[in-house]
Write a protein that binds this ligand. Sequence first.
Ligand SMILES: Nc1ncnc2c1ncn2[C@@H]1O[C@H](COP(=O)(O)OP(=O)(O)OP(=O)(O)O)[C@@H](O)[C@H]1O
Ligand SMILES: [Mg+2]
Length: 145
Amino acid sequence: MATNIFENKKFLTDSAEQTKKLGKDFASVLKKGDVVFFNGDLGAGKTTFIQGIMSKFGIKKFVRSASFMLVSEFAAKDISLYHIDLYRLGKTDVYDLGLDEYLFGKGIALVEWSERLTGCKDQKRWEIDIEYKDENKRNIIIKRI
Ligand SMILES: Nc1ncnc2c1ncn2[C@@H]1O[C@H](COP(=O)(O)OP(=O)(O)OP(=O)(O)O)[C@@H](O)[C@H]1O
Ligand SMILES: [Mg+2]
């Protein structure tokens, strides 16, 4: 699948299952070294979308973010996926806590609460904004930056 089919697109999902499916479809454009930033309020669906991405890579262990884990690493067949959840932190520079290792490495980094991350403004990345519309509906905007 070409990278650009998800570039600057807006989706509306009606259920968590649909958001997972969108994440799974989106995962097919991801390549080694890619970074995906997620923005959206508590309970918006960031982790749900990431569950879909993980499932595409055959990772079944990923159920949801353990809020006390800053970085969780998941090994797929020939690539590592890093789930990074900055919820518990304030503004954090990418070089603090060694996050650069994950963000500028060979794996795929999936970052929740990425608005808290500073120091990688110019990095090429995917940015996914999830907006709560009602109990089961979400607007999902995918940008390539
Ligand atoms: N269309 C939808 N897309 C995603 N999640 C949905 C949707 N409709 C309902 N939900 C529900 O909303 C919740 C989303 O939770 P999730 O953990 O994915 O959010 P989050 O953005 O990761 O939150 P947090 O900031 O706390 O990590 C789940 O309980 C899910 O079942
Ligand atoms: Mg989450």
